[in-house]
Design a protein around this ligand. Structure first.
Ligand code: ISL
Length: 565
């Protein structure tokens, strides 16, 4: 029996930038409700909401002060119930964002803990003196609390204190949060930095520019115990879905976190495939090599029982600006359009659950800000401060920051060419990209050649193909900007029983703005297939009557899926 999260595509909504319904410049839940029919029309099967719980919004909601209430910025609990019910009517499941590594310092637990109220003294991680750990936000990981007279740990912002899972009461509180939302009708959770919960020791860490101390808390055994307990006691009894966001995870760690037999998470988000052209996580650029992308993808595709497939989220830059070509964004027939479609072919022909981030389906690009003053993200500002301390000149700092800033993904959704792109009747919390006049949902919805229409076709193509959903992955070819891989029906996975016809689908991708000749026997082998997907006008693999040995040439940014029976 196929599980829904292998059959369906998940759509990530960043509520504050999706649709504002009351003119305060921030997206909200009623705004999402109004757009539900369009999401159903796209063909996705579940909606993952970034946090909408009560929060002081220091980290845009990933700093939660009350897990069991909706922040007025986004609406009310009644709105949330209407969203869950409205989604259900359209066959859409709701997945909430579970942030349990840390809370806001304005959560009542932290306020009680700093006052050493009985039972709460060690809900968090307190010490008389800090160790040398650094935070994900490029600062120290400890802050002194005057009231308590001690330092507390925060792997992120100082207003995001880490919970202490050595106190069993903390896990009991988390179980209550999960049950509250599962009882409300959500289908599961995206679990935020879910691989750093257990701090094995508070010893000093090995000095590193990125995250001193990581070895003491990443993917520790205690973390696996927590996940097994939540799975056994709450998630399985509800049949709930989980995808873990697992910072800095490697393949071996991911196997332990998401292997089918491990009974922990159903799948994990890793970062490896989005850092092919980056050093120091995603922060310093280097040359992109398509062959390296294929090598990394092959490792994860063949190494994990099941993959979470994504190219964008609220922390990553826009994929068409990152791996594609965003020149001429919004103009039909440009390489922006064709490369956005190529990236869709990549995502929807790999093995795993595809996640589409809001705006990816219309090819939204990185922001058009000219300087740091328009950027709101604390991570970007902290990184600028760190690079300034390292004496990097301002132009170089901005050159790098504009590539990696999380605000690239957080500019308001571009619904139409009108004021503020139809996102808000007020002043949006973050600048709308000027290219919304050409690049917007309304301009694409009825255009069969648009990126949006192509996404709809790819979502349908995947849903209709067991080979794409369940087939084995094998890398085939990597030369210059061209990569190729195949998906082949394997007897094991098909929910409908043993492999029928041994169908094979070969995917070809040209990650460049130039024509690319495929060499030798590989090309010849293609001619026995038929085109199942093309992002260009190509209708046949070879013009009738052309010489058999003429090399096969891919157009710039051309993507093809060729089916062999
Ligand atoms: O994005 C990353 C790597 O490219 C990660 O380092 C990421 O910042 C980290 O995994 C945590 O991200 C999650 O938790 C943060 C929040 O700011 C992010 O938005 C969220 O995705 C703290 O809750």
């Amino acid at each position: 029996m196929a599980v829904w999260w292998k059959e369906r595509v998940v759509y990530q909504i960043y509520p504050r930038s999706f649709q504002d319904s009351n003119g305060d410049g921030v997206g909200d839940i009623p705004g999402i409700i109004g757009r539900l029919p369009l999401l159903a029309e796209l063909g996705v099967g579940a909606l993952w909401l970034s946090p909408v719980y009560k929060s002081p919004q220091i980290d845009n909601g990933y700093d939660i002060s009350d897990y069991l209430n909706i922040d007025p910025l986004f609406g009310t609990m009644a709105d949330m119930d209407r969203l869950i019910a409205g989604a259900k009517k359209l066959g859409l499941k709701i997945v909430m964002d579970l942030v349990i590594n840390h809370t806001s310092d304005e959560h009542e637990w932290f306020q009680k803990s700093r006052r050493r109220e009985p039972g709460y003294e060690d809900y968090y991680i307190w010490r008389p003196a800090p160790n040398n750990w650094t935070s994900f936000f490029m600062e120290g990981a400890w802050t002194f609390d005057e009231l308590r007279g001690e330092y507390y740990l925060h792997l992120f912002h100082k207003k995001q204190p880490d919970l202490n899972y050595r106190n069993p009461r903390v896990l009991e509180e988390v179980k209550r949060i999960l049950k509250f939302w599962l009882d409300r009708g959500v289908a599961g959770f995206r679990c935020d930095v879910i691989n750093v919960l257990w701090k094995e020791s508070l010893e000093d860490g090995k000095k590193s520019l990125m995250l001193t101390g990581l070895e003491h808390y990443k993917c520790r055994e205690g973390n696996h115990e927590i996940l097994k307990t939540l799975r056994q006691e709450v998630l399985d009894p509800y049949g709930a879905f989980t995808v873990g966001e697992t910072a800095m995870v490697n393949l071996e760690e991911a196997k332990l976190l998401s292997g089918a037999a491990r009974r922990e998470l159903d799948m994990v988000f890793y970062f490896d495939h989005l850092e092919v052209d980056r050093r120091f996580a995603r922060f310093v650029p280097k040359k992109f090599r398509a062959g390296e992308l294929l090598r990394r993808l092959a490792g994860w595709q063949r190494g994990l029982d099941w993959n979470a497939l994504y190219l964008e989220n609220h922390d990553q830059s826009r994929i068409v600006s990152h791996y594609g070509s965003d020149a001429g964004a919004g103009e039909t027939g440009t390489f922006w359009e064709r490369s956005a479609k190529l990236l869709a072919v990549l995502e929807f022909t790999l093995r795993g659950t595809p996640f589409v981030y809001q705006g990816q389906e219309i090819g939204m690009t990185n922001f058009d800000f000219r300087g740091l003053e328009r950027v709101k993200d604390i991570e970007t500002h902290n990184l600028d401060r760190l690079m300034k301390k390292l004496l990097l000149p301002a132009p170089l700092r901005w050159k790098w920051l504009r590539l990696s800033s999380r605000d690239n993904a957080r500019t308001p959704f571009q619904w139409d060419a009108g004021p503020e792109a139809g996102f808000s009747a007020g002043a949006p919390w973050l600048g709308v990209n000027g290219n919304h006049s050409r690049l917007n949902y309304a301009a694409q919805r009825d255009d069969p050649a648009s990126v949006l229409s192509f996404y709809k076709r790819m979502i349908r193509f995947r849903s209709e193909s067991d080979t794409i959903k369940y087939g084995e992955f094998r890398p085939l070819y990597a030369k210059g900007p061209v990569i190729a891989y195949e998906r082949r029906t394997s007897a094991g996975e098909r929910p409908s029983g043993p492999a029928a016809d041994g169908e094979r689908i070969v995917v070809l991708l040209n990650f460049s703005g130039k024509k690319a000749k495929l060499s030798g026997g590989f090309a010849i082998g293609l001619f026995g297939g038929e085109i199942a997907v093309s992002n260009t006008e190509r209708t046949a693999l070879r013009e009738p009557g052309s010489p058999p040995r003429r090399p096969f040439t891919l157009e710039p940014w051309e993507a093809l899926a060729i089916r062999f029976h």
